[in-house]
Design a protein around this ligand. Structure first.
Ligand code: IFM
Length: 454
């Protein structure tokens, strides 16, 4: 049997006909990486299995490397229809299959996150590195040099209200991140698996000129991070569009693009779903707190939440910023997508990415978990209605048990063998042993370092 993954509505309904999108790696996969890594591996092996189709899609579009299908099924060929018929009889073009190249970023992110959490070198050697290299090649052939920077023209970011734009900051920043991770993976294999590396180098025809080019592109890819007053422009020309505050249309019973019409929506700054806000979450380390706060506030007022993938990410970033009322608002909104049928299409199956997003909002948002090469850090900010929060994460074969009592303490126990590094976010991580219990105390102002419990 060929490897399988999880589609947008899992096995619960017919909407999207079993197609697998970026929902899988960006929203669903993290839950499996940190709780059932063997499932996460199987999901990534599905992508590996579709590499030939992804290479073919890249070739047909004039690129190198692999461009994964936006809507993927068994073989990985592009399943996204070029157009759909609206109830009015109008033919509506669907451009995601042609322009949403950030699918590659999600897959590279998934590969890297799985490997980092498991140190499954066998996976990296036999599948993961090849995926990373092919995605790096896609970006390297996709960029164009203009002025003094590389650019990605004619692309669509997560915000599907704006198709065919230039320099979508999410795509550009994730592409740069992908290129750097591919170089790191190559260097790692060269250093620790020299014999396998030679074989691998021959089969992928990779040379050092290519990896140096990836670094150059990552360093010089255009990103409009601080346009003015700390704002990130979602894509080139976004700030020139009509400014519409979503609050002027609340409460409403239909999606904003239906109320306003496709053209008016596309000519406005309305955002369908987390795009810049996705960067505030995924690439937090590349930004400072002022930029994160400013952009969250800016895009929150312009976001229509036209996708079920959206509320949990806004809730996650709000929780990390300590905006707990806003975080709770989005937590309920995300939880009610299927329970209250608040998108009106729950009969077509559960929104699997929204469920994965909810898990991420709790763990990465309210508990404030961050993962790095070194280890795990956290900075809980629990809602006043919650007394505490308990969860466990699998980290490099060690099961970590976190028990958070709101504004009191974080208890940490670990089962398995060996040492691991954990800390309070923003401070140096400390090395701990399995079999011991540690605690970090809230001193009324901040979380203090973990110490061993008596
Ligand atoms: O992948 C998503 C996309 O981001 C928004 N429209 C629905 C797709 C499937 O859930």
């Amino acid at each position: 049997m060929s490897p399988r993954s999880i589609s947008a509505r899992a096995l619960t309904g017919t909407i999207y006909k079993g197609h697998i999108f970026w929902d899988t790696e960006m929203f669903i996969l993290p839950f499996f990486i940190y709780t059932h890594p063997e499932c996460a591996r199987a999901m990534l092996m599905y992508r590996y299995h579709t590499l030939p189709a992804a290479r073919e899609k890249a070739r047909q579009m004039g690129y190198r490397g692999a461009l994964f299908a936006w809507g993927s099924t068994i073989t990985g060929e592009e399943m996204t229809p070029p157009a759909v018929l609206a109830p009015t009889g109008e033919v509506i073009p669907i451009l995601s299959g042609k322009f949403e190249h950030h699918i590659d970023a999600a897959i590279a992110y998934g590969v890297w996150s799985y490997w980092n959490a498991t140190l499954d070198d066998e996976f990296l050697l036999n599948a993961g590195a090849e995926i990373l290299i092919e995605i790096a090649r896609l970006w390297a052939s996709r960029v164009k040099w203009k002025g003094s920077k590389y650019h990605i023209f004619n692309v669509e970011g997560p915000d599907e209200y704006h198709e065919d734009v230039n320099d979508n900051t999410y795509t550009n920043m994730m592409a740069a991140w992908n290129l750097r991770r591919a170089v790191e993976a190559v260097n790692y294999l060269r250093e620790f698996y020299p014999a396998d590396w030679l074989r691998f180098q021959n089969s992928t025809e990779l040379d050092s000129k290519e990896t140096s080019q990836w670094v150059d592109i990552a360093d010089n890819l255009y990103k409009d991070i601080v346009h003015s007053s700390n704002l990130i422009e979602q894509f080139d020309g976004y700030f020139d569009l009509q400014d519409i505050d979503v609050r002027n249309y609340e409460p409403r019973t239909a999606a904003l693009d239906i109320i306003l019409g496709r053209e008016k929506t596309a000519a406005s700054q309305l955002v369908k779903q987390a795009d810049v806000v996705m960067i505030l979450y995924l690439l937090e380390d590349e930004l400072n707190k002022e930029i994160i706060e400013r952009n969250f506030e800016y895009y929150d007022r312009r976001t229509a939440h036209g996708s079920s993938l959206c509320p949990s990410i806004y809730g996650l970033v709000a929780a990390r910023l300590g905006l707990i009322d806003i975080a709770m608002h989005y937590f309920h909104k995300a939880g009610q997508i299927d329970l209250a049928n608040n998108m009106g299409n729950a009969s077509g199956g559960v929104h699997a990415a929204a469920l994965g997003g909810l898990w991420q909002q709790v763990v990465m948002g309210f508990a404030g978990i961050r993962v790095s090469r070194e280890g795990i850090s956290l900075y809980p900010r629990l809602p006043a209605q919650w007394k505490g929060l308990k969860f466990s994460l699998l980290w490099r074969n060690i099961r970590l048990y976190f028990e958070i009592e709101r504004d009191r303490q974080i208890k940490l126990a670990a089962k398995g063998e060996g040492k691991f590094k954990v800390g309070v976010y923003g401070r140096a991580l400390k090395e701990f042993m399995t079999g011991q219990v540690y605690a970090a105390i809230w001193d009324g102002n901040t979380w203090c370092d973990f110490v061993e419990m008596d």
